[in-house]
Design a protein around this ligand. Structure first.
Ligand code: FAD
Length: 494
C-alpha cells in the first residue's frame, strides 16, 4: 500500500486549527494524514473576536450546530458593524454596515437609487441605517433570528466569540476527528533550494518530515517569510495603524448584536460584546502616538482611567506575502499577512486560503499545477479587502488631529479604488463599475454605498443634510419586521 502524503500544519492559533480541521475534513483520508505542531512555550496572539458571515459556512461544513460551538465559545450574534465618529460636523456621525441579505432586497434597491440621485444633486434620504433591517434590529436589541412561531426570514449575520475558546473548540474537534497533535518548538527548518521545506526539527530532537507544510506560525512567519524568504508587501503607505492595545470590560446586561468601531485621535476603538465580558481595544499608529498615550486614550474612552484592569499591548505587521503558496508551503493566518481588523476579515481570509488551496490542489491532481492562478486569486482577495478598508480612511472628513489629516489627505491608493472613487464622485454608476472590475465578491455594491453615504461623502453638498426624511413606507415595513425577531439577550442565553 502506498504511504500517505503528510500535511503538516505549523502553529496552533485559530488559523492553525481551522486549517487542520478543514484539511482533515476535505482531503481523502486514504491518501493524506494531517498533523499539527504547536509550541507549548510560544503563545497564540489571543485577540480576534469578530467574524464575517463566512464563519457560518465553516461550522456548517464541519457539521457543527451553531448553538453547540456558540455556547462553548461564549459567542454572541453580530448583525453588522456600527461606525461611530468617523466623520465630524454632521447631525449624525454614525452609520451601520450591514451584511447584505435577501430580506433587504426591496429596501436596498431604493437606497442605491437614492444615493445615485443624490450624487446628481437631488434631496433624497441616504442614511443607510434607514434601509437595512439589521441596523434597526441592532438598535432594538434584537438578534438575527426570528422569534419562535414566525416564518423564517433569511438574514446574513456573523459572530463575536472568545478567540482562545474558539481555538480550543476547533482543536478538540480536529483531534477527535483524526488530526495528530504534537507539542514542540521548532528549532531548525530544513529547506531545499527549489524552494521547498523538507522537514522541521523540534527542540526535543524530533525530526518531522512532511510533503506539504502550512505555515500558521503567526507574525513570525517561520516557514514562509523567514525560511523561504517570501517577500512581504507592506500596506503602510495607506494603512497607518501598526499597534493595538486591548482591555476587557464587564458585559452590558443586554449586549447589542453589533461590533462598534469608534474613531479616536490616532485610530479607532473596537467594542465586541461576548456572553461573559466585552472585548475592547484601540488600533492605532505608533507614528502618531506612543503606547502609553494610546492606553490612556482607550482608558478615557472606556471610563477606566482609575481602573487597575491590565491592558494588553500588541504590534501589528500590516500587509501580505507576495505569494501565499510557495514550493510545498502555504502561508495561512498572520504568517500570510494581516489587514487591520476594522472589518474583522482575518479568519475569513484563513478559511478562503485553505478552501481555495484544497480546490486548486485537488483540481491539479495533488500537484502545484494551479499554484500561480491560486496565488493570484488569494492576492486579489486580500487586496480587495484592503481597498475597502483604505476607503474608510480616505473618505472620512476628519481633520482634527495630525493622524486624521494624514489619512484624509492621503491619495495613495490602488488603481481599482481610484477608479471607484472617480466614478462615485462624477455621479456615475458605481454598481456597474464594481461589476466591471469584478470585485463584488470582495465587497458588494451595498457595502460601498453604505460606506460612502454613511460618511456623507457626496460631491454635491445640500443646504441641510437633515432636510430629507426616510420613506415612511420603508420605515413602517422595517419596523414590522423588527417586531418578529428575538431579543439578542434571549438568543444568547439559550
Ligand atoms: C488587534 C487585533 C485584532 C484582531 N481582530 C480580529 C477580528 O476581529 N477578527 C478576525 O478574524 N481576526 C482578527 N485579528 C486577527 C486574528 O487574531 C488572527 O488572524 C487569528 O488569531 C489567527 O492567528 P494565527 O493563528 O495566525 O497566529 P497566532 O495566534 O499567533 O498563533 C501562532 C502559533 O504558531 C506557533 N508557533 C510560532 N512559532 C513557533 C515555533 N518556533 N515552533 C512551534 N510553534 C510555533 C505558536 O505556538 C502559536 O500556536 C486581530 C488581530 C489583531 C492583532
Amino acid at each position: 500500500m502506498q504511504a500517505k502524503l503528510k500535511l503538516l500544519v505549523l502553529g496552533g492559533g485559530t488559523a492553525g486549527w481551522m486549517t487542520a480541521a478543514l484539511l482533515n475534513h476535505h482531503m481523502d483520508k486514504q491518501l493524506f494524514s494531517v498533523c499539527l505542531v504547536e509550541s507549548p512555550d510560544i503563545g497564540i496572539i489571543g485577540v480576534g473576536e469578530g467574524s464575517t458571515p463566512q464563519l457560518r459556512t465553516f461550522f456548517a461544513t464541519l457539521g457543527i450546530e451553531e448553538i453547540t460551538w456558540m455556547k462553548a465559545c461564549n459567542a454572541t450574534y453580530k448583525n453588522g458593524i456600527r461606525f461611530n465618529q468617523w466623520t465630524k460636523g454632521f447631525s449624525k456621525n454614525s452609520y451601520f454596515h450591514p451584511f447584505p441579505s435577501p430580506t433587504d432586497r426591496q429596501t436596498a434597491g431604493e437606497f442605491l437609487v437614492n444615493c445615485h440621485q443624490r450624487q446628481q444633486g437631488q434631496t433624497l434620504h441616504c442614511d443607510p441605517d434607514s434601509y437595512f433591517l439589521t441596523a434597526q434590529l441592532s438598535e432594538a436589541g434584537k438578534g438575527p433570528l426570528v422569534a419562535p412561531g414566525n416564518p423564517p426570514l433569511p438574514l446574513n449575520y456573523a459572530y463575536h466569540f472568545d478567540s482562545h475558546l474558539l481555538g480550543q473548540f476547533i482543536r478538540d474537534l480536529a483531534v477527535t476527528r483524526g488530526v495528530e497533535h504534537i507539542q514542540g518548538t521548532v528549532a531548525k527548518v530544513e529547506c531545499e533550494p527549489n524552494p521547498a521545506i523538507h522537514a522541521i526539527q523540534l527542540e526535543d530532537g524530533q525530526r518531522l518530515k512532511a510533503d506539504y507544510f502550512f505555515d500558521c506560525s503567526g507574525f513570525r512567519s517561520l516557514l514562509s517569510q523567514t525560511h523561504l524568504q517570501t517577500p512581504f508587501i507592506a500596506f503602510d503607505d495607506n494603512l497607518f495603524n501598526n499597534a493595538a492595545v486591548a482591555i476587557p470590560t464587564p458585559v452590558a446586561t443586554a449586549p447589542l448584536a453589533q461590533t462598534q468601531a469608534t474613531a479616536l485621535d490616532c485610530g479607532w476603538a473596537w467594542h465586541i460584546p461576548l456572553r461573559n465580558r466585552a472585548g475592547n481595544g484601540y488600533v492605532y499608529s505608533r507614528d502618531f502616538c506612543s503606547a502609553d498615550e494610546a492606553e490612556t486614550e482607550l482608558r478615557t474612552h472606556l471610563g477606566l482611567l482609575d481602573s487597575e484592569v491590565q491592558a494588553k499591548h500588541l504590534q501589528m505587521k500590516v500587509g501580505r506575502v507576495a505569494q501565499t503558496w510557495v514550493g510545498n508551503c502555504v502561508a495561512v493566518g498572520l504568517s500570510q499577512g494581516f489587514i487591520e481588523p476594522l472589518e474583522a476579515t482575518a479568519l475569513h481570509i484563513v478559511q478562503e486560503t485553505i478552501e481555495q488551496f484544497i480546490s486548486a490542489f485537488t483540481a491539479g491532481n495533488y500537484t502545484a499545477e494551479h499554484r500561480t492562478q491560486y496565488n493570484q486569486i488569494i492576492n486579489a482577495r486580500i487586496d480587495g479587502i484592503r481597498d475597502y478598508i483604505v476607503c474608510h480612511y480616505q473618505v472620512s472628513n476628519r481633520v482634527d488631529t495630525e493622524y486624521w489629516r494624514a489619512n484624509t489627505s492621503n491619495t495613495t491608493r490602488s488603481a481599482s479604488l481610484e477608479q471607484l472613487l472617480h466614478v462615485w464622485r462624477q455621479g456615475g454608476d458605481l454598481t456597474a463599475e464594481i461589476n466591471r472590475q469584478n470585485i463584488a465578491q470582495y465587497y458588494p455594491a451595498i457595502s460601498w454605498y453604505c460606506l460612502l453615504a454613511g460618511y456623507h461623502h457626496f460631491s454635491k453638498a445640500l443646504s441641510s443634510e437633515t432636510a430629507t426624511q426616510p420613506n415612511e413606507a420603508i420605515s413602517a415595513h422595517i419596523a414590522r419586521l423588527v417586531g418578529v425577531f428575538s431579543d439578542h439577550s434571549t438568543l444568547i442565553t439559550n
